[in-house]
Design a binder for this molecule. Structure first.
Ligand SMILES: CC(C)(COP(=O)(O)OP(=O)(O)OC[C@H]1O[C@@H](n2cnc3c(N)ncnc32)[C@H](O)[C@@H]1OP(=O)(O)O)[C@@H](O)C(=O)NCCC(=O)NCCS
Length: 149
């Protein structure tokens, strides 16, 4: 992990790179419109950068004392270097600022590296949505995870 990376609020100039990374990283990627709508809906949208290069990003939704992790992505080639962990620490810090009690997320059952990252950071499985996501073979379950801050 480089020392001079920083996590900043998303600005519209980041959008093209974010969408490019999103398309490489997800089976059903968010569209440009979803990112714009999500930004306009006042979700917290932050980008991890090294110099001007985008390494990853996240989008979270605050609702009363709960937070939902809507998107977390590290670009290919920069995964497994601790950046996902760095982003999660930033999310925890933002949540504490607004007195969030619980954080929730959904993850594909097959996404073992994401599940491991979440478990290492204290998330537990709290439910399953059967056949929730599409995949190459048809459908797969979503695992709901939660963390009490
Ligand atoms: C899931 C995702 C966000 C994880 O981000 P990441 O930056 O790879 O995560 P981290 O590097 O912080 O941790 C992941 C692994 O790297 C390991 N790691 C951390 N620092 C490391 C280092 N310096 N050297 C080698 N490995 C390291 C961690 O131990 C962990 O390993 P493990 O999975 O074997 O336990 C990323 O893989 C991603 O964007 N995937 C595509 C999109 C996606 O699936 N998003 C989540 C949807 S719910």
């Amino acid at each position: 992990m480089t020392k001079n990376n920083k996590i900043q609020l998303f600005v519209k100039e980041d959008l093209a790179d974010v969408v490019r990374i999103e398309n490489k990283c997800h089976f059903t990627p968010w569209t440009k419109k979803i990112f714009i709508d999500s930004y306009n809906a006042k979700n917290l949208f932050k980008v991890l950068k090294s110099e001007n290069d985008i390494i990853g990003y996240y989008v979270i939704l605050f609702s009363a004392d709960e937070c939902e992790l809507l998107n977390i992505t590290i670009k290919p080639g920069q995964q497994k270097k601790g950046f996902g962990n760095q982003i999660l620490q930033d999310i925890f810090s933002e949540c504490r600022k607004v007195n969030i009690i619980n954080i929730f997320l959904e993850v594909r059952k097959s996404n073992l590296s994401a599940i491991r990252l979440y478990e290492k950071n204290g998330f537990n499985e709290i439910g399953i949505r059967n056949n929730y996501y599409q995949n190459n073979c048809g459908k797969e379950d979503a695992i709901l995870m939660g963390l009490a801050l």
